[in-house]
Ligand binder design. Structure first.
Ligand SMILES: Nc1ncnc2c1ncn2[C@@H]1O[C@H](COP(=O)(O)OP(=O)(O)O)[C@@H](O)[C@H]1O
Ligand SMILES: [Mg+2]
Length: 474
C-alpha cells in the first residue's frame, strides 16, 4: 500500500555469515496502523486550516458560487459568477495598468509559480547541484514566493542551510535555462533567502531614439536611456567621474553624446562647459561647435588637460575654507572633460613625455576635481591595468559589451559578473547590443542592465543647428 522506503527492508535482514551460532535479527518496532492514520488525519486538518488561513480569496472564488448554487439553485450561482466576471473584464479593458497591478500580475505570478517554477523546481535543483538526493530523499532549497513585475519574475528562495549566495551565482546559467529565461540575477534578500530575477521580456532589445533635449538647464543626473525595467536611466555626471568601457562598436559614443545632449540647456545657460578630447578624430569632431574647448592632436590634448588642472587648482584655492562642494554657476561652471578613446593618449602614446604629462593631469583631475566642479568622462576599449592604471579613480563605471569575461570585474568591481553583469554576452549586432551596458547604481551592489539612447548624426546636426540658432538669438 505504501511506498517502500530503505528502512522497510531492515526486518528482512539477517546476518548470513556461515557457521555462526548466533543469528542477528534487527529489532523492528511495528507502528500500529491506527497511529499512522491519526497522524495523517492530523496533518490533513492542519493543512486545511492553513490553506484557508493563507488563501481565503482563492478558496472563496470557487466555493461561494458552489455554495450559493447548492442553497438557492443554479440561477444564483450563475449570477455570482457572471456579475463579478463582467466587472473584472470591464476593468481590464478600461484601465489595464491598475488591473495588472491588482489582479493581472498576481494571476500571472500564480500561474508561473505552478507552471514554470514548481513544475521544474525539483529537476533543475538536482541537476544544477543546488539540491541533493540523499538516501532516497530530496533535500531542496525552498521555493517561497513568485512575484511578477512588468518585465521580470522575482522568485524568493530559502537556501538549504549551509549554502552560500555564491553557490547560486555560480549557476545562473543553469537556472536561467532551466526555467526558460534569458538570464538570471541573484541578490540577497535577507539571511538565508535569495531573490532570483528572471526577465520575461526585454525592453532594451530595440534601439532607443535620442532622448528629447530637456527644457530645463540642470547639471543633475542626465537622462541618457532606459533601464531594464523600462524606467529612465539617469547618469550622474556632476560630482563624480565616469569611465565607460566597451569593445569597438559597443556604443561608447551613444553614452558620450547622450550626456552632451542632456547637458545642452545647461551649456546654453552657461552652467556647464564641455571640453572634448578626441584623439581618434572620429567621434566628437562631428559636433565640435557644441564644445567650449576641443582638441584632437595629442599635444593639444595635453595642453587642454593642463589647463583643466589649472582651472581646478585656482578654484580649489578660492574655495578652500569657504565651501566644500561645488554648485554650478555662471562664474564657476561645471567643467566636464570628455575623453574618447583615452588609451590613445595614455597607454598607446609613443611620446613618453607626453604620455606622462597626460596621465598625471588625468590622475590629478580625477583625484581632486570632484569637489570643485571639474568632472572627467572617459571612454576606452580595454580596461586592463596596463592600459588604464587610474581606472579606480573613477567612482562610476559603465561596462558595455566586452570581449572577455574577466574584464567585467575589472570595470564593475569584484564579483560583478557573478551577480549577473554578463557584459561579455551582450550581442555584437549593433541593433540588438550597441549601447547596452551594465552599471552599478548608487544604492545597491547589484548591477543593472541599461541601454543608452542612440544619438544619430542627424540628431547631432540638429543639436549644432539649435546651438547656432541660440548663439545668434542671445
Ligand atoms: N545606443 C545605440 N543604439 C543602437 N545602435 C547603436 C547605439 N550606439 C551605437 N550604435 C551603433 O553602433 C555603431 C558603433 O557605435 P560607436 O559608438 O561608434 O561604438 P564605439 O565608439 O564603442 O566603438 C554605431 O555606428 C551605431 O550604428
Ligand atoms: Mg567610438
Amino acid at each position: 500500500m505504501f511506498k517502500k522506503l530503505p528502512g522497510d527492508q531492515v526486518s528482512g535482514l539477517v546476518s548470513t555469515t556461515p557457521d555462526t551460532a548466533v543469528v542477528f535479527r534487527p529489532a523492528v518496532v511495528q507502528t500500529p496502523a491506527i497511529l499512522t492514520f491519526l497522524i495523517f488525519l492530523g496533518r490533513l486538518i492542519t493543512g486545511t486550516v492553513r490553506l484557508i488561513w493563507r488563501h481565503p480569496v482563492a478558496l472563496a472564488v470557487p466555493t461561494v458560487p458552489v455554495l450559493l448554487g447548492w442553497l438557492y439553485g443554479w440561477q444564483a450561482a450563475l449570477i455570482t459568477v457572471t456579475v463579478p466576471l463582467s466587472i473584472v473584464i470591464a476593468w481590464a479593458l478600461h484601465d489595464r495598468d491598475s488591473f495588472n497591478h491588482w489582479i493581472g500580475r498576481r494571476l500571472l505570478a500564480w500561474w508561473r509559480l505552478i507552471w514554470v517554477y514548481r513544475r521544474h523546481w525539483q529537476s533543475v535543483m538536482i541537476v544544477s547541484g543546488l539540491g541533493r538526493h540523499l538516501r532516497g530523499r530530496d533535500y531542496l532549497p525552498r521555493l517561497m514566493r513568485v512575484r511578477c513585475t512588468s518585465w521580470a519574475d522575482e522568485v524568493t528562495v530559502k537556501m538549504i542551510a549551509g549554502q552560500s549566495a555564491t553557490d547560486w551565482s555560480d549557476r545562473i546559467e543553469h537556472l536561467a535555462h532551466g526555467f526558460g529565461a534569458r538570464s538570471c540575477r541573484v541578490s540577497i534578500a535577507r539571511a538565508g533567502r535569495l531573490l532570483l530575477t528572471f526577465p520575461r521580456q526585454d525592453p532594451l532589445a530595440v534601439p532607443l531614439p535620442a532622448v528629447p533635449i530637456p527644457e530645463e538647464a540642470a547639471v543633475g543626473p542626465v537622462e541618457i536611456g532606459t533601464r531594464e525595467d523600462g524606467t529612465p536611466y539617469r547618469l550622474k555626471v556632476h560630482g563624480t567621474h565616469v569611465l565607460i568601457a566597451g569593445a569597438t562598436g559597443a556604443g561608447k559614443g551613444s553614452f558620450l553624446w547622450s550626456t552632451v545632449r542632456g547637458l545642452l540647456p545647461a551649456v546654453w545657460a552657461g552652467l556647464v562647459e564641455v571640453w572634448a578630447l578626441d584623439p581618434k578624430l572620429m567621434e566628437l569632431s562631428y559636433g565640435r561647435e557644441l564644445f567650449t574647448r576641443y582638441a584632437a592632436d595629442p599635444a593639444e590634448c595635453a595642453d587642454l588637460l593642463d589647463e583643466a588642472v589649472s582651472v581646478m587648482q585656482k578654484r580649489a584655492g578660492r574655495f578652500a575654507g569657504v565651501q566644500r562642494s561645488h554648485t554650478a554657476t555662471v562664474e564657476d561652471p561645471f567643467v566636464l572633460v570628455l575623453v574618447d578613446e583615452v588609451a590613445f593618449l595614455t597607454a598607446y602614446q609613443s611620446d613618453k613625455q607626453l604620455r606622462h604629462r597626460i596621465s598625471a593631469a588625468l590622475a590629478t583631475l580625477t583625484t581632486q576635481g570632484r569637489a570643485v566642479g571639474v568632472g572627467v568622462m572617459a571612454a576606452l576599449q580595454d580596461p586592463r591595468k596596463e592600459v588604464m592604471n587610474i581606472r579606480n579613480l573613477f567612482p562610476d563605471k559603465i561596462a558595455l559589451r566586452l570581449d572577455e569575461s574577466e574584464q567585467v570585474d575589472m570595470v564593475l568591481g569584484d564579483g560583478a559578473r557573478d551577480r549577473g553583469a554578463l557584459a561579455d554576452h551582450i550581442s555584437p549586432v549593433p541593433e540588438i547590443g550597441a549601447g547596452v551596458a551594465y552599471v552599478r547604481l548608487e544604492a545597491s551592489p547589484d548591477p543593472v542592465r541599461v541601454r543608452a539612447a542612440y544619438v544619430s548624426d542627424a540628431d547631432i546636426r540638429a543639436m549644432v543647428a539649435a546651438y547656432a540658432g541660440w548663439g545668434e538669438a542671445a
